[in-house]
Design a protein around this ligand. Structure first.
Ligand code: SF4
Length: 221
């Protein structure tokens, strides 16, 4: 049996071969734009979010603009991303907090980020890791949660607990790479239904993949 360190080194090396430039598929140019896009990406594809933000970002160039936005107008803009009323309310409240408490800028610490209304560790990690290059933690979205559980890296269900398990075994200097690489692996290979275990780069180190072997598919977790 490999040790945790050997296991993680093997997984990292395979991920780096397959996703050398792993990054999020959301379009953004400023930390605020990434924060807004990440809020919009809940229950929506990145492609659709990118279509919406193409016209949204020029219309609302800073936190002040979102904080003063006409809520009905903002809702109409966000409609194609689904749950648009909640998303409009959330973006407006976050930007009001940014203006009131952070001079309109996105803060650069986890402790400050999670004080923003509705911002949990996942969103905070996306912004801190990606926009600022800060290893604040490991992003755990639905893909990372699923892949981690199937691989046997965690038995937890809550994203914060899964993240804590991953932070214990993945070296901190790899946290920023790990998130987007595993998201891509989950999106295109370790899919929720019918994961492509045969031929998967991680099958030989994956609990689920080894159980499946080459005899067929079975969906778990
Ligand atoms: S072997 Fe299967 S379950 Fe394991 S990571 Fe690959 S696709 Fe996912």
């Amino acid at each position: 049996m490999p040790t945790n360190t050997q296991l993680i080194e093997t997984i990292l090396s395979k991920l780096k071969q397959s996703y050398p430039n792993a990054t999020y598929e959301l379009d953004w140019e400023t930390p605020l734009q990434l924060l807004v896009a990440t809020i919009l990406a809940a229950q929506c594809t990145d492609e659709r979010v990118n279509l919406v933000t193409k016209t949204l970002f020029p219309k609302y160039p800073n936190a002040q603009a979102y904080s003063q936005a006409d809520i009905l107008e903002l809702e109409q803009h966000l409609k194609p991303t689904g749950f648009y009323r909640n998303k409009a309310k959330s973006i407006k409240s976050v930007c009001q907090a940014l203006v009131e408490r952070f001079g309109g800028e996105v803060p650069q610490t986890m402790a400050e980020m999670v004080t923003l209304p509705g911002v949990a560790r996942k969103t905070a990690n996306v912004v801190l890791n990606t926009a600022f290059g800060i290893s604040s933690g490991i992003i755990v979205d639905t893909h990372v949660a699923r892949v981690s559980k199937r691989m046997g890296l965690t038995k937890q269900k809550a994203p914060e607990r899964i993240e804590a398990d991953l932070m214990r075994i993945v070296p901190q200097q790899e946290w920023i790479f790990w998130g987007p690489a595993v998201v891509l692996h989950g999106r295109y290979t370790c899919t929720a239904k019918n994961p492509k275990c045969v031929g998967c780069i991680l099958q030989h180190v994956c609990e689920f993949g080894q159980a499946v072997g080459s005899v067929g598919w079975e969906v778990r977790g």
